[in-house]
Design a protein around this ligand. Structure first.
Ligand SMILES: [Zn+2]
Length: 299
């Protein structure tokens, strides 16, 4: 391992200690507790202890590999081996996750609706395919406010996509997004900070770097934990193995890198699962450690 990378990983470990990790919760035996119970083209439902989790595919977006960044901030002359390209581009899945509890159905992120490329905007169709009424969504929690996470709050026909979601939780640093297209939802927008309880089972855990307020959501079931981590990883084929690699759209690449390392360290254990907005659909799985790298194991 080169010296620069070792230094970065050590910094990550220091941040972990500073943050009071490793984790606060006693390990539970959870091997196999996240169980796929139904799936279609754009959804997959999981039984997760006493909760249900539904992965919903909004679509995908193709991005040039020049968006990947080395620790120095430079692009790669030669891509690391094993990175799949589609017509020379990296294909990023765009996912959102619905957590169904007894009292609440919480949608984490909302896709892009019709605001960006036409390869996205299928979230409402995905929900329909899963047999879920969009009126059953009682709360929305946003990891951050980039277009592919927030613009799905407004349906392609201009209506409010989740009319019964009375509260929309948004990292307080990014509240200003509720203008223009999203102005009609301003009254529902509720600014949150680290540790905020979105519901009885979901806690906001700040992981800033990709954006100023980037927030993950830790979901607690009676069988373990699921961290919906938003944009902690954009290119799973590279960044689990080399978490020091950053992304052009990380507003602060070195902070994003630290946040990624801290989180990977924290969830690489048997009672934790991760749900990623840009992991290959359905984007749900476990993480293990392998030397200085990490490995993703889809459910
Ligand atoms: Zn994103």
């Amino acid at each position: 391992m080169d010296k620069e990378r070792r230094k970065v990983l050590q910094l990550g470990a220091a941040a972990l200690v500073a943050a009071g990790m490793p984790p606060r919760f006693a390990a539970a035996r959870t091997e196999g507790v996240m169980k796929s119970i139904a799936k279609g083209q754009n959804y997959e439902s999981f039984e997760f202890g006493d909760l249900k989790v539904v992965a919903l595919r909004d679509g995908y977006v193709d991005m040039p590999p020049t968006r990947l960044r080395q620790v120095s901030g430079r692009t790669f002359d030669t891509l690391p081996a094993g990175v799949p390209l589609v017509s020379g581009q990296l294909r990023l899945s765009v996912n959102a996750f619905l957590v169904i509890e007894k009292e609440q159905s919480v949608l984490i992120d909302t896709g892009a609706s019709n605001s960006w490329y036409p390869t996205m905007g299928k979230l409402l169709e995905a929900m329909h395919e899963a047999g879920i009424d969009r009126n059953s969504v009682t709360r929305v929690a946003l990891t951050h406010t980039h277009e592919d996470h927030v613009n799905g709050l407004v349906a392609p026909d201009g209506s409010v996509a989740y009319p019964r979601a009375e509260r929309i939780f948004v990292p307080h640093e990014e509240l200003s997004v509720f203008s223009g297209r999203l102005a009609l939802l301003r009254d529902r927008a509720t600014p949150i900070d680290d540790g905020f309880l979105v519901s009885e089972r979901i806690t906001a855990v700040k992981a800033a770097g990709h954006s100023a307020g980037h927030t993950t959501y830790e979901v607690r079931s009676n069988a373990g934990y699921l961290v919906a981590w938003g944009d902690i990883i954009h290119v799973p084929s590279i960044q689990f193995g080399r978490p020091e690699i950053a992304w052009e759209f990380d507003s602060n690449q070195s902070k994003a890198r630290d946040a990624r390392l801290v989180l990977l360290e924290r969830i690489a254990r048997p009672d934790y699962y991760v749900a990623g907005a840009h992991l290959d659909f359905p984007g749900v799985g476990r993480v293990t450690r392998s030397g200085d790298a990490f490995v993703f194991h889809p459910v």
